[in-house]
Design a protein around this ligand. Structure first.
Ligand SMILES: NC(=O)c1ccc[n+]([C@@H]2O[C@H](COP(=O)([O-])OP(=O)(O)OC[C@H]3O[C@@H](n4cnc5c(N)ncnc54)[C@H](OP(=O)(O)O)[C@@H]3O)[C@@H](O)[C@H]2O)c1
Length: 250
């Protein structure tokens, strides 16, 4: 039976991904900053562990407690929307600490066991903002595009050890806790000079033509985790799939 470790399982895409892998018969190590068993169905194939991807000691303790795993899903992430010039460098660093360096630190923590066993899969969850640029998300986009480039390079490097590395690119889901979790970080990031520009953009965000569900992402993560071919990118959700097709169109 295969074991998956997923980061950021307290809500949203990570929570649904943990539920989906459990339902498909996997052993699941669901990690959260503040562990809660009650958000997932009880199962002898489920373990909930504490993990903050920005803290080296937390990563080391979780990896040690998890033991051997077959798949790592780097899902934990935070967002920020606002004018770049108004975004404090401390906020930019905070976003990169989780979305970029947190992913890299998790990868370094599992690669030794994957390399020595010559098996394992890493799935990095980025975003459809990497498929087509959008205004007012320059920092978030940079943090995720960095992981796209990182993953594409790493996939070649670890192929030599039969370790697969994949990307899942979800579209926009208004139903996760993403916007709420980023609320405080975003306050005051639209200065008066940007208001006329930002207003129609926020109005468009509020009325998306297509959205992604948690189930779309969970299914794409499972497809990526079990894909034995060379496909690197797995867009998830109808909006992300449409953007990926536009990117590929001549
Ligand atoms: N929702 C969207 O529209 C959307 C679109 C594209 C991509 N994504 C990406 O999808 C992923 C999941 O987002 P979501 O929409 O499901 O949002 P969410 O409901 O806010 O879930 C994010 C998860 O990440 C966790 N997290 C945040 N910082 C962490 C840290 N330092 N260490 C460990 N866990 C941490 C959160 O835990 P706490 O409960 O402890 O805060 C939460 O469990 C993220 O990588 C996000 O960038 C989201």
């Amino acid at each position: 039976m295969k074991t998956v470790l997923i980061t950021g399982c307290s809500s949203g895409y990570g929570l649904e991904t943990a539920r989906h892998f459990l339902a498909e018969g996997w052993t699941v190590v669901a990690t959260m900053r503040r562990p809660r068993e009650d958000v997932l169905p009880s199962s002898d194939r489920l373990r909930v562990l504490a993990l903050d991807v920005t803290k080296p000691e937390s990563i080391a303790a979780a990896i040690q407690a998890a033991g051997n795993i077959d798949v790592l899903v780097n899902n934990a992430g935070i967002g920020v929307v606002g004018a770049f010039e108004a975004t404090p460098m401390s906020t930019i660093r905070e976003v990169f600490e989780t979305n970029t360096f947190g992913v890299m630190a998790m990868v370094q923590a599992v690669v030794p066991q994957f390399r020595s066993r010559r098996s394992g899969v890493i799935v990095n969850v980025t975003s459809s903002v990497t498929l087509a640029p959008m205004p007012l998300v320059a920092v978030y986009t940079a943090s995720k595009v960095a992981i796209e480039g990182f993953t594409a390079s790493l996939a070649f490097e670890l192929e030599a050890f039969d370790v697969r590395v994949k990307l899942v690119e979800p579209g926009y889901a208004p139903t996760t806790r993403f916007a709420e979790n980023g609320g405080a970080r975003m306050s005051g990031l639209i200065p008066a000079a940007y208001e006329p520009f930002a207003r129609p953009i926020f109005a468009a965000f509020a009325k998306p033509s297509a959205v992604t569900t948690e189930a779309d992402v969970a299914k794409a993560v499972l497809r990526a985790a079990t894909d034995t071919g060379s496909q690197l990118r797995f867009p998830a959700g109808p909006d992300a799939v449409a953007l990926a097709q536009m990117k590929c169109a001549p």
